[in-house]
Design a protein around this ligand. Structure first.
Ligand code: B12
Length: 316
């Protein structure tokens, strides 16, 4: 094993990280070198390297270092037979059989049940759990206490294993259907003063669908443009419908081009309120006058408030 073991410098070069980063990962998260020859510096074995590769990949994807380290430590030994060959499938924890579970943090039993149903690809149980929660607790509580933890858990597992895409798709579909049914059950009257849209090329629509259902529940009419709206089409919709507020969702940095927000602010029928919603947006790049809600509840209350103020000003 000594021949294959690497120095910290060699590992740092291979992974493209600083030696100090390796030291931090060792000291804080226990991901250190395990080869120890008396009288020599400790060295990294191929198994250590495989774990560090998981750590590097996950942290680069935005997973917190503590969480990434948890996955890295759980990874099965990639070289149990000492061949020195790192089989790619073995460096993903539970990546071979799609087994394991979806982490839901401190979320309650309903979220754990939903996560289990999701792993079984049991669409009927998934839909029933969501419908039951929506009826019993309403949209905001269902989103925060049930859907968000499970969706985030699926994302976490996917980042760690590159698996669970089938689970992600099935759950997304069930969530969409349940939120659409909730929206249809309470169609608000009055003109639609809130425009909901995803940023250009943005395919993550579920948070906007949750907002639509929550607005319906609160009696606020909206128009939903859905996924991947090019900026010219968004501005066209604004100019034709004159909404009081536009909520533009971006889930990832790749779709968070602030010029989309500037275009809304420059539109001839500029909305009273432009909301940049979602984790894609960076606060320091937002044009002045754009508001960033912190969560679903705030997006609902801001939308309802701006609708009320427009209705009031039209009455005066
Ligand atoms: C479901 C899902 C999909 C589905 C979406 C289906 C749909 N109709 O929406 C599909 C399969 C289409 C998909 C596609 C992709 N996805 Co995806 N996806 C997810 C997943 C699992 C859940 C998304 C979601 O709804 N999150 C909702 C909650 C959980 O997100 P949240 O950030 O915690 O939200 C909070 C804040 O934003 C805040 N908030 C602030 N303001 C507001 C306002 C409102 C109204 C609300 C509701 C909330 C809110 O409160 C929220 C909680 O309520 C996430 C994992 C994750 N953690 O999000 C990955 C994830 C977002 N996807 C990811 C990726 C990489 C992709 C793809 C690029 C994959 C690919 N290679 O094709 C594509 C992207 C395509 C595109 N251009 O958009 C990565 C993004 C990594 C990154 N940071 O860049 C993630 C994080 C998974 C991962 N860990 O790798 N995805």
């Amino acid at each position: 094993m000594v021949d294959e073991a690497l120095s910290a410098g060699a590992v740092a070069r291979r992974l493209g990280v600083a030696v100090t980063t390796l030291r931090t990962w060792h000291q804080r998260y226990g991901l250190g070198p395990s080869e120890h020859i008396p009288g020599h510096h400790r060295r990294y074995t191929p198994s250590d390297l495989a774990r560090l590769e998981i750590m590097r990949r996950l942290t680069a994807e935005g997973v917190s270092p503590a969480e990434a380290a948890r996955w890295a430590r759980q990874a099965p030994d990639p070289m149990p037979n000492g061949t020195g060959v790192v089989a790619p499938t073995r460096i993903h924890p539970a990546g071979r059989d799609g087994g394991g579970s979806i982490p839901v943090g401190r979320a309650g039993p309903a979220a754990r049940g939903l996560a289990r149903a999701a792993m079984r690809l049991d669409a009927a149980a998934i839909s029933e759990t969501i419908a039951h929660a929506l009826a019993a607790s309403g949209v905001v509580a269902t989103w925060e206490g049930l859907l968000r933890p499970v969706l985030a858990g699926i994302g976490e597992r996917h980042a760690a294993t590159a698996g669970l895409i089938e689970v992600e798709h099935l759950v997304s579909r069930c969530v969409s259907e349940a939120l659409a049914a909730a929206s249809r059950a309470k169609v608000p009257t009055g003109p639609a003063r809130i425009l909901l849209s995803c940023a250009d090329e943005e395919q993550h629509t579920l948070p906007l669908e949750a907002l639509a259902a929550a607005l319906a529940e609160a009696g606020v009419s909206y128009r939903m443009l859905g996924a991947r709206v090019p900026v010219a089409a968004l501005v066209e919709a604004v100019n034709r419908t004159g909404p009081a507020a536009v909520v533009l969702w971006s889930h990832t940095r790749a779709t968070a081009d602030p010029t989309q927000l500037s275009a809304l602010l420059a539109a001839p029928r500029r909305p009273l309120l432009v909301l940049a919603a979602g984790p894609g947006w960076r606060a320091d790049t937002l044009p002045a006058g754009v508001v960033r809600p912190v969560d679903l509840a705030e997006a609902v209350s801001l939308s309802a408030a701006v609708r009320d103020s427009l209705d009031q000003s039209r009455r005066d």
